[in-house]
Design a protein around this ligand. Structure first.
Ligand code: AMP
Length: 284
């Protein structure tokens, strides 16, 4: 595995693989890798000839008061995991390498559009503008044939697909299922912030999603009732504070009144200072 830190060296390497007509799969991450990230790498290795992963904690997608500074940075361990997982090229740029004009001082900004302003976007203003900006930069640099993303960040997958369409980028997208801990908690780099009692409580988020899903299966179609069923589960612990709990259209993210076909159930909640998100897609 080659670890590369500069855009110049990256372009050089990528050009070589392009001329050899090898398909390039790309897995962008912020590091502190876990089995969720590794599942994306495995998917890329199955589908593509050459797998590029990146580790970059992107400052422009963090709001003021969020965890940019304390976000876990575990490069040595991450590089070893990538090597073991069969990554061919690991790109680990500095902030100055990605934002030579200094974030957010770039002259040109991207607005992620309506999909970027609801749910996560409403709770974290500007978050998806930062995501769209960094993903566009990384796609231009890596020039992958296929991009691998996790369903865990469902709204992010919609915004990135929209970005790809809007800028006519020639890249296919594969969405990989959410990898979970044995008790159902979605794996996340932020889980390591949780104390033992918080970690115990955090499993209620997935249990709430399952409670909503089972209510739907037994015939409840009113979104308000489904949300109530989910909220009841979350209310079992005083350590959880719900940020949003949505039953919405999986394409537009518009709230549903009744579930007719597919629905996205999405939850964001704080456990202590840690903000966790999860979702499930359900066939009504
Ligand atoms: P992050 O490092 O959190 O920015 O995530 C990098 C990529 O890994 C994104 O496409 C995420 O959706 C994906 N990812 C994060 N957690 C999981 C998980 N538990 N299962 C599957 N994919 C995940």
């Amino acid at each position: 595995m080659k670890l590369i830190r500069t855009t110049t060296a990256l372009r050089h390497r990528i050009a070589r693989h392009k001329t050899a007509h090898r398909t390039i799969g790309f897995v962008p991450t912020m590091g502190a890798l876990h089995d969720g990230h590794l599942s994306l790498i495995a998917a890329s290795r199955r589908r593509c000839d050459f797998t590029v992963a990146s580790i970059f904690v992107n400052p422009s997608q963090f709001g003021p008061g969020e965890d940019y500074r304390r976000y876990p940075r575990t490069l040595r361990r991450d590089a070893a995991l990538c090597r073991k997982a069969g990554v061919d090229l690991l790109f680990v740029p500095s902030v100055a390498e990605i934002y030579p004009m200094g974030p957010p001082g770039n002259l040109i900004r991207i607005d992620a559009g309506p999909l970027g302003h609801v749910l996560e976007g409403a709770s974290r203003p500007g978050h998806f503008n930062g995501v769209a900006m960094v993903v566009l930069k990384l796609l231009n640099l890596v020039q992958p044939d296929r991009l691998f993303l996790g369903q865990k960040d469902y709204q992010q997958t919609l915004v990135i697909k929209e970005l790809i369409r809007s800028f006519h980028l020639d890249v296919a997208v594969t969405i990989c299922p959410t990898v979970r801990e044995p008790d159902g908690l979605a794996m996340s780099s932020r889980n390591r912030y949780l104390t033992r009692p918080q970690r115990q409580t955090a499993q209620l988020i997935y249990q709430a999603l399952l409670a909503g899903s089972s209510r739907l299966r037994t015939g409840e179609r009113s979104a308000a009732s489904l949300r109530k069923a989910m909220r009841r589960v979350l209310a079992r612990s005083p350590l959880i504070r719900v940020d949003y709990l949505a039953v919405c259209d999986p394409k537009t993210l518009a709230p549903l009144r009744r579930v007719r076909q597919t629905a996205l159930f999405a939850i964001a909640a704080r456990v202590g200072r840690t903000r966790l998100i999860d979702n499930i897609l359900i066939q009504g």
